[in-house]
Structure formats: C-alpha cells, structure tokens
Design a protein around this ligand. Structure first.
Ligand SMILES: [Zn+2]
Length: 327
C-alpha cells in the first residue's frame, strides 16, 4: 500500500495568499487553486489499486491547518510521500515565473528523484517553464524539514505574474498538473489499475459414466455432477481464475497423473473412480474445495486444495461437487 500525504497549501482565508487583483479581479485564493489540483489528482489515482491518500489540509478550506499538525499527521500515519501543492508569488505584476519544485536543504537521492520527475513531467504537460534560474530548488520549509518521508513542495506558477496567472486560473491547467503528478506517482509507486469489473470466480466441472458418457457441465455448488448409482469414470474441471489441476484414483488401482484445466480429462474409460483431489495453481486469493458421494451413501466432508483427497479407497463415487472459496 502506497500512502500519499497530500497537502493543499494554506486555507481559503489565509492572509495574502491569493492572486494579484490587478491581474485577477476575483483575487482567487491560493488554497482554492491548490485544492483544485489535489482533488483532480485524488480522482485520477482513485482508479488505481494499492494507494491510500490522506489530505493534510482542511478540505473545506475553513482552517489553515498548522504545519506541525500536517507533518505530525503524515509522520504518524507512515506516509510514503509528502506532496505539498502551492502557487507562487513574488513577481509583483511583472512577467516571467514558471513552476518550481522544492526539497529540503539536506535531502536524499529518492527525494531528489521525486522532485526531478515531478518537475519534468509538469513541464512536459503544462509547458509552464518560466524564467526561474533554479526550478529544482531547496528550501528550509517545515513540511520538507519535519517530515520523515520523501517530501516535495511544488509551486505551480505565479499568482502575480501577467504571464502565469491567466494560465494557472484555467481548469485546463489544473487538469494538466494533476495528470502530470498522477503519472509520476503511478510510475514510481508502480501502481496497477483497478480492473473494470470484479470477476466472479467460477468453477465448472463434468463427469463421465459408462452408461451416460459425459454428463452436462455444472457450476460450483449450484448442482452436483453425476447420477446417483452410476459409477464415475472421468472428470473434467475448469475455472475462470487461472489454472486448476486435479487427479483421480482408480478403484483397486492407483492415482493417475494430474491434469490441468480441459487439456485432458482425469480417468480411464471403463475404470471406476473412488477418490479425487484438486488444487489451484499459484492462486493467493481462492481455494478449491471438493467432495464426493459414494454409491448408496451420502457425501463425505469437503476437502480443501491439496490438503487431502475426497473419497474413500474402495468405494466407487457417483456424485462430485467442486467449489471455490475466498482464502
Ligand atoms: Zn503557498
């Protein structure tokens, strides 16, 4: 599980943190711009497995959560990455600007790699390169200094630059930033997409008797395969969750070789079966269970995976049930 501590800088009403009125008459608040990108990033990453995201700011914007609270929360939680999203100021209505990515003054190569990849991907997506001499910068900032995990603070353009401000206000720009950040996290954390639909695990099987030949396929516990009183001589099994292997024991005989899926059937025509066993190949999520009934008797207990075999040596089976269960 990759834990992302995501921090939209400031709060909605933090003094001074807003776009320059001369360029943006609405004086759009920095937190709002930061949070917009964070929300878009969360949405993109919600399509991936094995990632958990916790916001370090107040997502309503009402309070400007103290920096020590933000870093303590991330540290206690054991975040894998602290990502702080900001927008810059300092150009006072001039031109120029561009994106800047900060790490702490003393940092490790892993943090530097996050910083560089975020910056490169952001520039690739947004082209907001600007005129900063050192866009990969270091600074003694609390969220970078007091965090126990790699931490990067991004300044995604200037709120007082005639060039940057009209761009950073657009939805399109926020989308591009979120996409760039998501791309880097997906790649570096090796995230896998959630599958569109969760597959219902199904096991299907059928049996052969000398009198009836191959009987119709049945599914899981919805039915059983076989006809009471008719000895089973062949077995076929398949699943939709990977490979299943199974084998049968001949009455007054031996265990036959394992067979896989429908590559072959287990059994020999003309020879009655008294025991079966089944196992799933390399499946961490499901177990297979089977049980059999013998002629003139009820079912023996379910047996799981390859822990045991189902049946009793010497007693011919006439009914089989196979099911999948979650481990
Ligand atoms: Zn800021």
């Amino acid at each position: 599980m990759f834990k992302l501590a995501l921090c939209a800088g400031h709060g909605m009403n933090t003094a001074g943190k807003r776009c320059l009125k001369a360029i943006d008459k609405n004086e759009t608040r920095e937190w709002w711009l930061n949070a917009r990108i964070c929300e878009k990033l969360e949405k993109l990453l919600s399509l991936y497995q094995e990632i958990e995201i916790k916001r370090m700011d107040d997502t309503s914007g009402k309070t400007d959560v103290k920096l020590s609270t933000r870093t303590n929360t991330a540290n206690k939680w054991g975040a894998d990455l602290y990502l702080s999203v900001h927008h810059n100021a300092g150009i006072a209505g001039g031109e120029g600007g561009g994106i800047v990515a900060f790490t702490y003054t003393k940092t490790d190569s892993v943090t530097k790699a996050w910083q560089k990849e975020f910056y490169d991907e952001l520039i690739l997506e947004t082209k907001l390169k600007g005129n900063r001499a050192t866009p990969l910068a270091t600074k003694n900032l609390a969220v970078l200094r007091d965090t126990a995990m790699p931490a990067v603070l991004l300044e995604l353009g200037f709120m007082d630059s005639t060039k940057d401000t009209p761009i950073i206000l657009t939805e399109e720009y926020a989308d591009k930033c979120a996409k760039a950040l998501a791309n880097v996290i997906i790649k570096r954390a090796a995230l896998k997409e959630k599958t569109a639909e969760i597959k219902t695990p199904v096991v299907k099987y059928q049996v052969y008797t000398a009198h009836d030949k191959w009987l119709p396929e049945v599914e899981g516990e919805t039915d059983y395969a076989g006809i009471p009183g008719r000895a089973i001589q062949g077995l076929l099994v398949e699943t939709n969750i990977g490979d299943i292997e199974y084998c049968v024991h001949l009455k007054n005989g031996k265990w036959l070789p394992w067979v896989k899926n429908r590559e072959d059937y287990a059994g020999i025509y003309g020879r009655d079966i008294d025991c079966i066993r089944a196992r799933l190949k390399d499946n961490s999520k499901y177990s297979v269970e089977c049980r059999v009934a013998t002629i003139g008797r009820n079912y023996y207990p379910w047996v799981r995976d390859n822990e045991d075999y189902a049946g009793v040596y010497g007693n011919r089976i006439d009914r089989v049930q196979i099911r999948l269960i979650e481990k």
